[in-house]
Design a protein around this ligand. Structure first.
Ligand code: AMP
Length: 206
């Protein structure tokens, strides 16, 4: 089963993708995580992407598409995958059609005010990338690996607003592009509640 998670930054795509990955034994491929890993390791891609990501803009399509195309060739993707954060515009969506067939697109529907509230409290582990929110977790170290938690440069309010604008302009048109494959999940109070109808829908996909 080949899936895409669609939704504004902070809508909970990563959290939802992790729940699906666990239940359906699919690899979770987050382009944001791949870029952050490259930045941490100071690779050529990381160097090119850092300033762009810090501004909340999109990394050039040629770079991003190649990364995903190569990643999907790996062995663990042969029975399916979950793409989280890709595609983010029509050029990427059309390119993806040349190397993968998508079964379902899960659209996370969360109002912008709720997103701004969530994102300003978001903290990320420097070591393993686990995500927390100051509203539900007030410690400064990761419960999983003990790494230090920090606020991503692109989770600061100004950048969040820019990212939401980029989403509206470039990514939201994909809802129309994928209209036959979309399953709309309304953001509920807890990830588990949001996930329930998604799980039922995906268990029906052949
Ligand atoms: P995310 O963790 O998915 O919110 O991604 C963090 C940042 O990485 C984004 O704001 C973009 O700058 C960059 N990025 C992630 N995925 C893509 C993509 N598909 N195309 C271009 N840039 C991306």
């Amino acid at each position: 089963m080949n899936l895409i998670m669609l939704g504004a930054p902070g809508s909970g795509k990563g959290t939802m993708a992790k729940l699906i990955a666990k239940d359906f034994a699919l690899p979770h491929i987050s382009t944001g995580d791949i870029f952050r890993e490259n930045i941490k390791n100071q690779t050529e891609i990381g160097k090119q992407a850092k300033a762009i990501i810090d501004r909340g803009e999109l990394v050039p399509d040629e770079i991003t598409i190649k990364i995903v195309e190569n990643r999907l060739k790996e062995d663990d993707c042969k029975d399916g995958f979950i793409l989280d954060g890709f595609p983010r515009n029509l050029t990427q969506a059309k390119a993806l059609e040349n190397f993968a067939k998508i079964d379902r697109v899960i659209l996370l529907d969360v109002p912008n005010e709720e997103i701004e509230r969530r994102m300003s409290g978001r903290r990320t582990c420097k070591d393993c990338g686990e995500i927390y929110n100051t509203e539900t977790y007030d410690k400064t170290t990761c419960a999983k690996c003990g790494g230090e938690l920090y606020q991503r440069e692109d989770d600061k309010l100004e950048t969040v607003r820019n990212r939401l604008e980029v989403y509206e302009r470039q990514t939201a048109p994909l809802i129309n592009f994928y209209q036959d494959k979309i399953f709309r999940a309304e953001g509920k109070d807890t990830p588990q509640e949001t996930y329930e109808p998604v799980k039922i829908e995906l268990s029906l996909v052949k």
